[in-house]
Design a protein around this ligand. Structure first.
Ligand code: HEM
Length: 340
């Protein structure tokens, strides 16, 4: 049977809400009840604005997995690993669930976020909430076009989703999120040419610089394996901010079939390769959160494994109409020898 992924690869949208929650003690059942209903809630809210493109992806953290399911965690799922480089820190912050809600307009995102959190009242606590928006010409608040080199079509599928024939978790993904705050005063004090050297692309026309600096953001995040193949992830970063408090940020979100690729990028950004050659973007951007989540398929959400420690289903009492053989047989007798 084909398995359907969550809408990981839905097109980039103008609005998004990123919700990270921790599950309260005893809240596991409410979370388990909600998971199969997420697609229906997305449909219910989204149907009212047919061209609104509302999509919701749910991610599950490593600690939550063992609290929710009587099943081994997916191989790449573990708590986000803090990275402490010579100058920069990528912190690991609490998070059991991630809701990545995207739409053409913020009202759709807001309504779905409200419905989801209402279902989790008393069961889970929102520990981080970011309302993102697309800025002019798909730029981040540092003024550069963000997302250009995202893989597309078959490349995006291969980069973001586990293979359809994965024996345990087909059509699934791993997502890493980090909230970054920018020092825009320092950034805007740089001449444009110096900013372009930091990013590795031109600012106005968004063209890759041929002889870019090895510590530029693009050079650090271009990973080529031993076979000469580029290892990619699928990003859907969003600017966010509040002018009154002068908080200006980028919410980084990267989906990968194999989280070690995103982790390698982070290692190169924060620790450096060679060590010490860290990403210049970090001299102007500070990571304040960090989380890793598994994104199971829709089929998994629809029918997740039982809760941990649940007793196996008891056989019905002998002599009832239900399976009185106790062997799981459908009691239609053997078909062997019956001509077809
Ligand atoms: C490229 C911005 C964090 C991975 C870019 C580009 C910009 C950008 C402007 C060039 C255009 C493009 O291809 O998208 C930012 C900002 C960040 C951030 C503002 C946060 C402060 C990250 C992080 C990762 C990452 C944390 C990985 C863990 C990449 C990759 C590319 C890229 C893979 C494409 C490189 C290529 O093949 O050309 N980013 N980024 N970025 N970024 Fe980031």
């Amino acid at each position: 049977m084909p398995v359907t992924p969550q809408p990981v690869l839905s097109p980039l949208t103008r609005a998004a809400i990123f919700l990270v929650l921790t599950i309260d003690e005893g809240g596991e059942d409410a979370v388990r009840d909600l998971l199969p209903d997420v697609p229906a809630l997305q449909r219910a809210v989204g149907f009212r604005v047919p061209d609104g493109g509302l999509k919701c992806v749910v991610g599950i953290g490593a600690d939550a997995w063992t609290r929710l399911f009587d099943a081994p965690p997916p191989p790449g799922l573990h708590p986000f690993r803090e990275l402490a480089g010579p100058r920069h820190l990528a912190p690991s912050t609490p998070g059991d669930l991630l809701f990545h809600i995207r739409a053409g307009a913020p009202d759709l995102c807001f309504e779905l976020a409200t419905q989801l959190t209402a279902r989790l009242a008393g069961a889970a606590t929102v520990v981080d909430e970011v309302h993102g928006f697309k800025y002019f010409e798909m730029r981040d608040l540092m003024g550069f076009v963000d997302g250009t080199e995202n893989p597309e079509d078959a490349d995006a599928l291969a980069a973001a989703l586990t293979p359809a024939d994965d024996p345990v978790h087909p059509e699934s993904s791993y997502v890493i999120v980090q909230k970054y705050l920018h020092d825009l005063d320092a950034w805007n004090a740089l001449p444009v040419e110096a900013q372009e050297r930091v990013i590795g692309r031109t600012k106005l026309a968004d063209i890759e610089i041929a002889d870019k600096a090895p510590d530029s953001h693009v050079a650090v995040n271009t990973i080529v394996d031993a076979d000469g193949e580029e290892r990619q992830i699928v990003r859907d970063n969003m600017p966010f901010g509040t002018v009154g408090t002068r908080e200006f940020g980028t919410y980084f979100i990267g989906y990968a079939a194999d989280p070690s690729i995103t982790e390698l990028m982070l290692e190169r950004m924060f620790v450096g390769d060679p060590p010490g050659r860290t990403d210049r973007i970090l001299d102007f951007s500070t990571a304040v959160t960090g989380g890793l989540f598994f994104v199971p398929s829709l089929d998994f959400l629809d029918d997740p494994p039982g809760p941990p420690g649940a007793p196996p289903a008891a056989p019905p009492p002998a002599g009832t109409d239900a399976d009185s053989t106790g062997d799981g047989s459908l009691k239609i007798g053997s078909l062997k020898g019956i001509p077809r």
